[in-house]
Design a protein around this ligand. Structure first.
Ligand SMILES: C[S@@+](CC[C@H](N)C(=O)[O-])C[C@H]1O[C@@H](n2cnc3c(N)ncnc32)[C@H](O)[C@@H]1O
Length: 373
């Protein structure tokens, strides 16, 4: 460690940041399930956590809890524009564009990446500092629609088949807003959606109960998203950031992202900019009166500070005095062992909650716990 080098963070701040990076490396990128891990990022975290120069570089990241994701996305973003840099040889998603180096097999081993990664970060220090202080973790994971779909079907059924008026809190680029434009394969639980849809999302059912799938998807009468920073699917730089947020080993996620973006560019989703605390009440009030009003969020409420989240939820309770409404929540809060799919039913008298499923955070599997249809 650096001791008293004035260019570095104070020791306590450095130790705090090092702990966050090490935690992320071990628990997030180093996930036990290989499909959900990033061996490259997990390995790099070990060295970043012990490197005062790198910790100082990311010290000003606005969202401390997301700092590891922000750093890796910033590096990946720059590398996607410069795939001939030697660092690209360690990135499984970039090695197809990188010539073999001295006949060595690609991608190069993660255990050898750190010196090259470090040099890249220091060469691009200004750009990285800018990215980690201005960008957000806005990963838009289209396969999460496979988790939402049985919940939308349940809401439609509970609402007597009335069309849905949908509001997504934290929509990012809006790829989940287009959930009824995709087709789904749940293995033994069956299929859903238009067989001619260009994007197929697969999801493995786990546990004793299969999710109930609708024979026809519910009708959507209106759909609107809201986000602090809506991502425009026609903006190439914003698309590169979305792409950079995907970990380098996850080729299937890149393919789904690209296919979903092609759908979204045909019909860019309408997303209102602003904090949900400000924008949600008016959208609730403007929803078509005869529809089943259904608000949903996916890995968005868990990004909000507790007081912001409380204000968002209070807006729903307040709106329930004028009409019944539903909220589908696909979230993973820090203290929970695994992600939860929940349905909240709001009436003037009460808010009722039901746990519908546990699910993998990128939508790869669902363990259905809700009612059968
Ligand atoms: C991780 S992304 C998830 C995107 C999408 N729901 C999904 O699951 O693929 C979380 C999104 O929530 C947005 N967000 C976070 N806090 C917000 C707030 N207070 N108001 C509106 N949007 C917010 C972020 O800007 C980001 O785009």
């Amino acid at each position: 460690m650096s001791g008293g080098d004035p260019r570095h963070l104070p020791a306590a701040a450095q130790a705090d940041l090092a702990e966050r990076i090490a935690f992320h490396g071990q628990n997030i990128y180093g996930a036990a399930a290989a499909f959900n891990s990033s061996p490259l990022y997990a390995r790099l975290c070990l060295d970043i956590a012990a490197d005062p120069d790198l910790l100082t570089l990311i010290a000003d990241a606005d969202r401390a809890a997301q700092v590891a994701n922000l750093l890796f996305a910033a590096v990946h973003y720059l590398l996607l524009a410069n795939p001939s840099h030697p660092l690209a040889a360690f990135f499984p998603d970039l090695t197809d564009r990188t010539p073999a180096i001295d006949g060595r097999e690609l991608p190069r081993p993660a255990a050898e990446a750190y010196p090259v990664f470090r040099a890249f970060c220091l060469e691009h220090a200004a750009a990285i500092r800018h990215l980690v202080t201005t960008r957000r973790v806005q990963t838009n994971e289209v396969r999460r629609c496979a988790i939402l779909l049985p919940a939308f079907a349940l809401v439609s059924r509970r609402a007597g088949g009335r069309p849905l008026a949908l509001i997504e809190i934290g929509a990012s680029a809006g790829l989940l807003m287009l959930w009824d434009q995709y087709r789904y394969d749940y293995g033994p639980a069956g299929t859903a959606g238009d067989p001619a849809a260009p994007l197929l999302l697969t999801c493995e059912p786990r546990g004793p109960h299969l999710p109930s799938l609708p024979t026809t998807l519910p009708t959507v009468v209106s759909r609107i998203g809201l986000d602090l920073n809506p991502i425009d699917v026609r903006d190439d730089n914003a698309m590169r950031w979305l792409r950079a947020l995907i970990w380098p080993e996850h080729a299937d996620r890149v393919q789904m992202l690209e296919a979903a973006l092609a759908v979204a560019r045909q019909q860019p989703p309408h997303i209102v900019a602003g904090n949900a605390t400000q924008t949600l009440p008016a959208l609730l009030a403007a929803a078509p009166p005869d529809a089943a009003l259904c608000v949903y969020s996916s890995y968005a409420l868990n990004q909000m500070p507790a007081d912001v989240r409380q204000r968002v939820l209070a807006a729903l309770t307040a709106a329930a005095h004028a009409r019944d409404l539903y909220r589908i929540s696909q979230e993973w809060y820090g203290q929970q062992a695994q992600p939860r799919l929940e349905l909240f039913t709001y009436t003037a008298a009460e808010t009722r909650s039901e746990l519908l499923a546990h699910a993998e955070s990128h939508g790869r599997w669902i363990e259905w716990l809700g009612p059968n249809m």
